[in-house]
Design a protein around this ligand. Structure first.
Ligand code: XUL
Ligand code: CO
Length: 438
């Protein structure tokens, strides 16, 4: 079989002193960290759309990377070459999972029936590769934002015909996710939002999105899908305002419509920062609600106001993210590199370097997060900070048994309270640095 990345060797762990550009410096799959192998903490996934599809095109110019894999783009031959290239890349990098949109896999045909036939053919081919290699599917999804028909959204569209088309795509994407044994099914509502409230019935749209999700859950469960449905929040881009703004908003929506038992969050770092939060914030919000499902592992650029989908290299961010993941006892999903090379890094070797960077950055994050927990100073500080609520009165408040009048009487008796203990932020930041850098 043709080799699509002949200049990329199998990537092995060589340790932090290695200067080999084609080696992991920190990601050592079988190394035990906090009681588990690194590869079990970090089920990495390749995003079909970026790794095998994105060419670096932007608003001002065409692609710079050749992702034709020697075939004519838009043909089934090309679709099969992408499968071969993708599995070769995943095997060379030791990546155990992939994620896909329906239209990442095959060119869309004029009719749903013909597109579905193509999808059956390609998933048969992928299944064979999966059996040969042991590589698995992390999650599937339907692309309900690229085609012009979705200009006003899918679940939030004003057109009942478009709504039906979205239903057909979700149904097929769920069939494929089950066929490929996917752990999750994602809803990213790229066009589920609005540009102007002058033309938008917000309540109507939210109700309809929830109805579509409910139908998806009913159908998914009826065909044996046991994994998590996932909402991937994002505040804006492409729409001015997107309904799944951030984790807190999406969780509120799921609870409002009774969908919270079937759904969890797929938190993307760059989406969290676009919402004005840290990555860690949205992970914490998800975790405390029991809804930390999966992660889209990338990073944004703090100077740029859109979704740059960069491979992560910010070790502070991945350390604090892995701290949340470890404290939550792990995630049922995985770490999908929803990330792409920069436009000027267009060669096949650049793709390998990008994954090495991302995997090493998360491995470092895992190592440092485990060290923070092991060190214990930060966790102990947080516990001590709330110690006044360990008193009898504090316990009564926490168990919901105290009344406002009773507390007012205590306040009157005690007089003005002393200032609460210092937050010691700068001290804690220096603890973090000393644990991270030794
Ligand atoms: C877009 C984005 C999507 C989802 C899947 O910002 O993150 O690629 O991950 O539709
Ligand atoms: Co994403």
């Amino acid at each position: 079989m043709a080799e699509y990345f002949p200049s990329v060797p199998e990537i092995a762990y060589e340790g932090s002193k290695s200067t080999n550009p084609f080696a992991f410096k920190y990601y050592n799959a079988d190394q035990i960290v906090a009681g588990k192998k690194m590869k079990e903490h970090l089920p990495f996934a390749l995003a079909w759309w970026h790794a095998l599809g994105a060419t670096g095109t932007d608003m001002f110019g065409p692609g710079t990377a050749d992702k034709s894999f020697g075939k004519t783009v838009g043909t089934m031959e090309h679709a099969r070459a992408k499968v071969d290239a993708g599995f070769e890349l995943m095997q060379k990098l030791g990546i155990g999972y992939f994620c896909f949109h329906d239209v990442d896999l095959v060119p869309e045909a004029d009719t749903i029936g013909e597109t579905n036939k193509r999808l059956d053919e390609i998933t048969d081919y992928m299944l064979k590769k999966m059996e040969e290699t042991g590589i698995r599917c992390l999650w599937g999804t339907a692309n309900m934002f690229s085609n012009a028909r979705f200009m006003n959204g899918a679940g939030s569209t004003n057109s009942v015909d478009v709504y039906c088309h979205a239903a057909a795509q979700i149904k097929k994407a769920l069939d494929m996710t089950v066929k490929l044994g996917g752990r999750g099914y994602v809803f990213w509502g790229g066009r589920e939002g609005y540009e102007s409230l002058l033309n938008t019935d917000m309540k109507f749209e939210l109700d309809n999105i929830a109805r579509l999700m409910k139908m998806a859950v009913d159908y998914g469960r009826s065909i044996g899908f046991k994994g998590d449905f996932l909402i991937e929040p994002k505040p804006k881009e492409p729409m001015k305002h997107q309904y799944d703004f951030d984790a807190a908003t999406a969780i509120g929506f799921l609870k409002e419509y009774g969908l919270d038992k079937d759904f969890k969050m797929n938190i993307e770092a760059n989406h969290a920062t676009l919402a004005g939060h840290t990555f860690q914030h949205d992970l914490r919000i998800s975790a405390i609600n029991g809804m930390l499902g999966s992660i889209d592992a990338n990073q944004g650029d703090y100077l740029i106001g859109w979704d740059t989908d960069e491979f992560p290299f910010n070790v502070y961010e991945t350390t604090l993210a892995m701290y949340e993941v470890l404290k939550a006892g792990g995630i049922p999903g995985g770490f999908n590199f929803d990330a792409k090379n920069r436009r000027s890094a267009y060669t096949p070797e650049d793709i390998a370097h990008a994954f090495i960077l991302g995997m090493d950055t998360f491995a470092l994050g895992l190592l440092r997060a485990a060290a923070i927990i092991e060190d214990g100073r930060i966790d102990q500080f947080v516990k001590d900070r709330y110690a006044s609520f360990e008193t009898e009165l504090g316990q009564k408040i926490r168990s919901g048994k105290a009344t406002l009048a009773e507390l007012a009487a205590v306040a009157e008796k005690n007089g003005a309270p002393a200032l609460p203990g210092s937050g010691r932020q700068e001290y804690l930041e220096s603890v973090l640095n000393s644990v991270m850098f030794g």
